[in-house]
Design a protein around this ligand. Structure first.
Ligand SMILES: [Zn+2]
Length: 110
């Protein structure tokens, strides 16, 4: 079910959630016009912070401390990040925006 279609900000083509690579959503191209796209940065930032907090809370709840706490929190936040990206992508896809061209910082050699 694709109730939440995103539109390419460049050509306006509808992009389904299956078109947007979830784990590489920060950098991909429109399959129709080839425009460089990315998911708005704040979106994955919020998911990342949520997954870290969730992982810390869960590890404390399970009773791990010290080194085990650190390792499990790091590993757990990575796993939760992937799961959250998937869930959030299904529920509320992030806004797409045009990725700034990479050569914009190479103007020195004009
Ligand atoms: Zn496009």
């Amino acid at each position: 079910m694709l109730r939440y279609m995103q539109c390419c900000p460049s050509c306006g083509a509808k992009l389904g959630s299956e078109t947007i690579p979830i784990l590489r959503a920060y950098s991909f191209s429109c399959p129709f016009c080839g425009a460089p796209l990315r998911v708005a940065a704040y979106h994955s930032g919020v998911i990342y912070l949520t997954s870290i907090m969730f992982s810390v809370a869960l590890t404390l709840y399970l009773g791990f401390r010290d080194l085990a706490f650190a390792l499990i929190t790091i590993l757990g936040s990575g796993l939760i990040f992937v799961v959250l990206c998937f869930i959030v992508g299904l529920i509320r896809p992030a806004k797409l925006e045009l990725r700034p061209p990479k050569n914009s910082t190479l103007r020195l050699h004009d």
